[in-house]
Design a protein around this ligand. Structure first.
Ligand SMILES: Cc1cc2nc3c(=O)[nH]c(=O)nc-3n(C[C@H](O)[C@H](O)[C@H](O)COP(=O)(O)OP(=O)(O)OC[C@H]3O[C@@H](n4cnc5c(N)ncnc54)[C@H](O)[C@@H]3O)c2cc1C
Length: 406
């Protein structure tokens, strides 16, 4: 008999695992399979560029649930299988070996794949990406022979990797094409703060620098920049974003492009196909109703719960306030809301104290906070974003004025 599940979840990462968990929590009694192309049990991805890379957390502490959980909950795990085609008409998917699986409802939670360098030499040995346990295990195995690392990309993943590698005593050069760090996700005050912190720890930050080639033949030995400089390296770590894993859905006719489009209930335009997490394009009220993808654990988990509720007969819409964190050195950054498109920005507290917040406004309303070692502001500021309270520069900037009183 061919394989068939009432619910088939493709992608056994944060969203997929949470969807299976939430379905059982909501009392779903049918068959559930959680399929993914990685060999491991579902695990947390954020520590890959933090404690796991640093050797401070073993893999078993990254598991989203203990190994026994899945069988206890009658959730069938199908690791090491990659889905290459979806046929919504017959409700079947096809894996890379030509095997097919039938489903009643399909939850697509396939995340994204790191964007690759495209310059000459991009496929040399010694060029690493940071998405899976296997990626990071390959870096860890290579590190003993590495002194000089170039990191390409000044987003969160690049900065977290820079912090770990600098702490491990490596010489780190960080190359960012734009004129400041974190340019796509934060304002200049936060960019400048993190640049100074990394420089203080010996990270050589190059802004406005374009990589044009990886030198060294089969093995990466240098990064050539547009101005002709070649930075000598033993390892290259690339963190320049992801491409959402949605090709089988788009080929099946789903609406989308840079992701698969979902409605407020996380339904794609294909019958009985839902999508969640990094791959899901959705209209987001915290982005001023723009259609966006969010790449965060919060979004994957919250969308998973929305789908589980809808499947189990409690209609739900995705409307959670976005939040995110990043750990670099002894700095804990917590963000709430989305600062994209902000038209006002203020600093609350003194960055030189290494505990402060940046508050963003759009159209006279608070839209986001970036809090560095400032947990109270993060917790209390959440309401300002959720309720879109007025952006009052004087009161917000006064650190003596608790945000909960605004
Ligand atoms: C290094 C790193 C650090 C991060 N740090 C943070 C952080 O500090 N805070 C935060 O909020 N977020 C962080 N993120 C982002 C966060 O991990 C993602 O937003 C989250 O994992 C998204 O969940 P997801 O289920 O959409 O995708 P994933 O967790 O990526 O899961 C998708 C799974 O589907 C598999 N897959 C893909 N295509 C197929 C296919 N065709 N068939 C079968 N399986 C497939 C993938 O291999 C993967 O296992 C980080 C991400 C990385 C890589």
């Amino acid at each position: 008999m061919s394989e068939h599940y009432d619910i088939l979840i493709v992608g056994a990462g944060h969203g997929g695992a949470q969807a299976a968990i939430a379905l059982r929590q909501a009392g779903f009694a049918g068959t559930i399979a959680l399929l993914g192309d990685e060999p491991d049990l579902p695990y947390e991805r954020p520590p890959l560029s933090k404690d796991y890379l640093a050797g401070a957390k073993p893999f078993d502490r990254l598991l989203i649930r203990p190994p026994s959980f899945w069988s206890e909950q009658a959730i069938t795990l199908l690791p090491g299988r990659r889905i290459v085609a979806v046929d919504p008409g017959s409700r079947r998917v096809t894996d890379g070996n030509g095997g097919t699986i039938g489903y009643g409802q399909l939850i697509w939670a396939a995340g994204g794949t790191p964007r690759r360098l495209a310059c000459p030499g991009h496929d040399c040995n010694g060029v690493h990406y940071v998405r899976t346990r296997a990626d990071v295990d390959a870096m860890i195995a290579a590190l003993p022979a590495v002194e000089r690392v170039a990191i390409v990309g000044g987003g969160y993943i690049g900065l977290e990797a820079a912090a770990v590698l600098a702490k491990l005593g490596k010489q780190v050069v960080l190359i960012e094409a734009l004129d400041r760090l974190l340019a796509r996700v934060a304002g200049p005050a936060l960019s400048d703060f993190f640049a100074a912190e990394h420089r203080d720890r010996g990270v050589d930050i190059r802004l406005g620098a374009q990589v044009v080639a990886i030198e060294g033949g089969g093995r990466a030995r240098g990064v050539r920049l547009e101005d002709g400089e070649v930075i000598p390296v033993d390892m290259i770590v690339v963190g320049i974003g992801i491409a959402p894993e949605v090709a089988p859905l788009l080929a099946a006719g789903a609406e989308g492009g840079n992701g698969v489009m979902v409605d407020a209930r996380c339904r794609t335009s294909l019958a009985d196909v839902w999508a969640i997490g990094d791959c899901a394009l959705h209209r987001n009220r915290f982005a001023g109703e723009a259609v966006i993808r969010l790449e965060s654990v919060q979004n994957a988990n919250d969308q998973a719960v929305v789908v589980a509720r809808n499947i189990t007969g409690t209609p739900a819409e995705y409307e959670a306030v976005p939040w995110f964190w990043s750990n670099q050195y002894d700095l804990k950054l917590q963000t709430v809301g989305l600062s994209t498109g902000h038209d006002a920005e203020l600093v609350r507290g003194d960055p030189s104290s290494r505990s402060f917040a940046v508050i963003y406004g759009r159209g006279g309303r608070v839209v986001a906070l970036d809090c560095v070692n400032a947990v109270r502001d993060y917790v209390q500021g959440r309401r300002l974003v959720e309720q879109g309270l007025p952006f009052d520069p004087v009161r917000l900037a006064d650190p003596q004025m608790p945000l909960k009183e605004l």
